[in-house]
Design a protein around this ligand. Structure first.
Ligand SMILES: NC(=O)c1ccc[n+]([C@@H]2O[C@H](COP(=O)([O-])OP(=O)(O)OC[C@H]3O[C@@H](n4cnc5c(N)ncnc54)[C@H](OP(=O)(O)O)[C@@H]3O)[C@@H](O)[C@H]2O)c1
Length: 333
């Protein structure tokens, strides 16, 4: 074996990834070469073409209390983040039945992570086939944000024609899918976000927009049949005030203290009023087939910030952390 061949063999077993070995901000993320993983019997090896950034990646990067319990108290056990991936299957484990080599797939690998890399091993249960007309970039944007929108609006919120809906934190991932899903039900939708995102929100179909830096939607006297909240940062009493007498408030995330308040007070509210306060617990990948149907019918599109090359992922993460993104931040490799 000559020198050049050895070099090539080595490259085949390695891959480029964004790695972190300590908790911190985007500056602790390093662009590195690491060993290519091998799939277990019920896993596939995916050549990742695109990955999107989620709030959970941000939490795991910084290592807040709950994420340290999940990924190591003093330093991260899993060193490559990234859950929402789209790519092509290169190797299948011997017990894999749903996929074959060459299939184009996407899904949310939360709990396993590893998507900020050129290759990742994934349980076959975490993946769905990607329609051929859906790009890898569009597909990588979908899993967490679209599942939260579907499960918040349809499963928990029981959205119905003729309702009024408000989405709080509407200019990011969940909001950009939420508005498109809501419009399929013929509802009147108000979106709340900062000044810089209002034009995008109008272009996505929001009937009304509110700039949260200038107006508090819980104090302007308006009431809604359904509120989907991405940012829960107010007291339950504020949200109750903004609901119609039969209204439902469903939150997908926000301040831990506020979410605990909803968990404790929500059931009591239902005892003496018809208003509902609900928390959406993400069922990962449950509705990917539904998203495929909507995409193929031309009823849904992904709103992309980027895409950024893999080596610029720390920069993309900074943009995400500052809330400067519109829709989903996507990285390609
Ligand atoms: N329930 C579950 O099981 C589960 C699982 C995974 C994730 N999550 C949660 O799901 C959410 C992810 O949502 P996403 O992907 O849509 O996030 P995102 O892309 O970051 O969008 C959030 C939007 O809210 C805006 N915002 C910030 N502060 C606001 C305020 N006070 N009022 C109104 N809007 C505000 C942000 O803009 P600016 O910051 O620029 O103002 C941003 O446009 C997170 O809360 C995450 O924790 C839940």
């Amino acid at each position: 074996m000559n020198k050049d061949t050895r070099f090539n063999v080595n490259l085949l077993n390695n891959l480029k990834a964004i790695v972190y070995t300590e908790y911190g901000g985007p500056e602790v993320l390093q662009f590195k070469e690491v060993e290519k993983p091998l799939p277990k019997d019920d896993e596939v090896l995916v050549r990742v073409h695109a990955v999107s950034i989620n709030d959970w990646d941000w939490g795991l990067l910084h290592g807040d209390f709950i994420n340290r319990i999940l990924n190591g108290i003093s330093k991260p056990k899993r060193k490559i983040l990234g859950s929402d991936i789209a790519g092509r299957i290169e190797v299948i484990g011997k017990n894999v039945t749903r996929f074959k080599v060459g299939d184009e797939v996407y899904g949310d690998l939360s709990g396993q992570w590893g998507g900020f890399a050129e290759y990742v091993c994934a349980s076959e249960k975490a993946l769905a086939l990607k329609p051929s007309r859906m790009s890898y970039v569009d597909a990588a944007a979908i899993p967490q944000a679209a599942m939260l929108a579907v499960q918040g609006l349809i499963d928990k919120g029981k959205i119905r024609e003729g309702q009024t809906l408000l989405i709080n934190g509407a200019g990011g991932g969940v909001g950009s899918y939420g508005i498109q899903i809501a419009k399929l039900y013929g509802v009147e939708v108000t979106g709340v976000d900062n000044t810089g995102k209002l034009d995008l929100m109008r272009s996505l179909g929001f009937d009304h927009v509110i700039d949260y830096t200038r107006e508090d939607f819980t104090k302007n006297g308006k009431q809604y049949d359904l509120i989907l909240d991405v940012k829960t940062n107010r007291s339950v009493f504020d949200y109750l005030r903004a609901l119609n007498p039969n209204g439902t408030y469903a939150t997908v995330g926000g301040s831990l203290a506020r979410l605990l308040q909803i968990l404790l007070i929500g059931p009591m509210v239902s005892l003496f009023s018809k208003k509902k306060l609900l928390i959406v617990a993400l069922k990962t990948n449950k509705d990917l087939e539904y998203m495929n149907e909507l995409f193929e019918a031309g009823k849904i599109k992904s709103v992309i910030h980027g895409p950024f090359p893999l080596y610029e992922l720390p920069q993309a993460m900074k943009i995400f952390g500052k809330g400067e993104h519109r829709g989903k931040v996507v990285v390609t490799m």
